[in-house]
Ligand binder design. Structure first.
Ligand code: PRT
Ligand code: ZN
Length: 287
């Protein structure tokens, strides 16, 4: 029975914990995640969830303790494990940057030649600098990288940035982006048997949830003579649904629109004569 479950590792506590748990829950996978829990068995899906430090997740997957996991691409790239990135998840977005003190006159990467750069990502940084032909002194430290220049242990840093406020409060500014990162579902290469099948089922649910997240269901009323024009603005999944209203000369149109250009489309719909526009969130979208 134990072997018939997929073991998935997620971050125990940190930036990826809540969105990872939220994603599994949206996939209708129910489990307990009480404080201090290290593992949990889902009630209604063949999944065992392991709660780990994010840095440990790749190695646990490679060693077979877990079959798959949710981690940042930054962690995957820094680890020596060769896992399969199965699906980008769209949360935990950040970028790994080189940053310098505000007073540092930075023009090009060669300005960092011979300088001390503090980072928790020595492997990624080393590969990046080698590719660019810049020789710098990489100081590998495990935390609070952003204070390294102010306490005099480094001339520059290489760290994750999302809003940029940590750099700002530490008197630093971004010099280069080394990589963009987001959370990814990664699995052990060569996964087979029941674990592979369960991973496919999980992936199907994740894709349905994420497609729904990126789309909205829209309902609107239009005068019949405007249907053709409005249909062009609403491609829908196949094509929009058009139904007559109880009053003559009017129809109701239903469709799915992308969240990204949602306000643009709504403005165009209004300008084209649409009325009573309702926009509804979608739970799952099975493509
Ligand atoms: O305990 P554990 O080892 O599991 O957690 P952790 O402390 O190592 O990781 P955590 O929870 O901080 O981050 C987990 C993952 O979230 C990272 O591996 C990234 O993939 C992703 N992520 C997204 C971030 C950030 N955004 C982020 N801003 N990880 C860290 N930061 C830090 C950054 O290091 C810096 O200290 O936030 C600060 C910068 O943030 P801004 O908003 O001020 O720019
Ligand atoms: Zn960590």
């Amino acid at each position: 029975m134990q072997d018939q479950r997929l073991k998935i590792a997620i971050q125990k506590s940190g930036r990826l914990s809540e969105p990872s748990i939220g994603l599994l829950r949206k996939c209708d996978i129910a489990f307990d995640n009480g404080a201090g829990k290290l593992r949990s068995t889902a009630y209604d899906f063949p999944l065992e969830i392991l709660f780990l430090r994010d840095d440990d997740i790749p190695q646990y997957i490679e060693d077979g303790v877990a079959d798959a996991g949710i981690v940042g691409q930054n962690i995957l790239a820094e680890s020596d494990c060769r896992l399969e990135p199965v699906e980008m998840l769209g949360f935990g977005r950040c970028r790994l940057c080189l940053a310098v003190p505000r007073g540092f006159e930075y023009r090009t990467l060669t300005d960092l030649a011979g300088k001390r750069i503090a980072t928790s990502y020595p492997k990624i940084l080393n590969t990046f600098l080698a590719k660019k032909g810049v020789d710098a002194d990489i100081h590998s430290i495990s935390g609070s990288v952003e204070i390294a220049p102010s306490i005099g242990v480094a001339d520059a840093i290489c760290d994750l940035v999302s809003s940029g406020s940590t750099l700002l409060t530490n008197g630093l500014r971004e010099a280069e982006t080394i990589m963009e990162s987001e959370a990814v579902l990664a699995a052990r290469r060569g996964l087979d048997g029941p674990a592979k099948q369960i991973l496919s089922r999980l992936l199907f649910r994740i894709r349905s949830v994420n497609a729904a997240r990126d789309n909205k269901y829209i309902l609107l009323n239009v005068p019949n003579e405007k249907i053709a024009e409005i249909q062009k603005l609403l491609p829908g999944m196949k094509s929009p649904t058009v139904m007559p209203l109880a009053i003559g000369g009017w129809s109701s149109i239903h469709s799915v629109i992308s969240e990204h250009d949602f306000w643009n489309v709504v403005e165009q719909l209004k300008a084209a004569g649409a009325e009573g526009i309702l926009v509804v969130s979608i739970d799952q979208m099975i493509l």
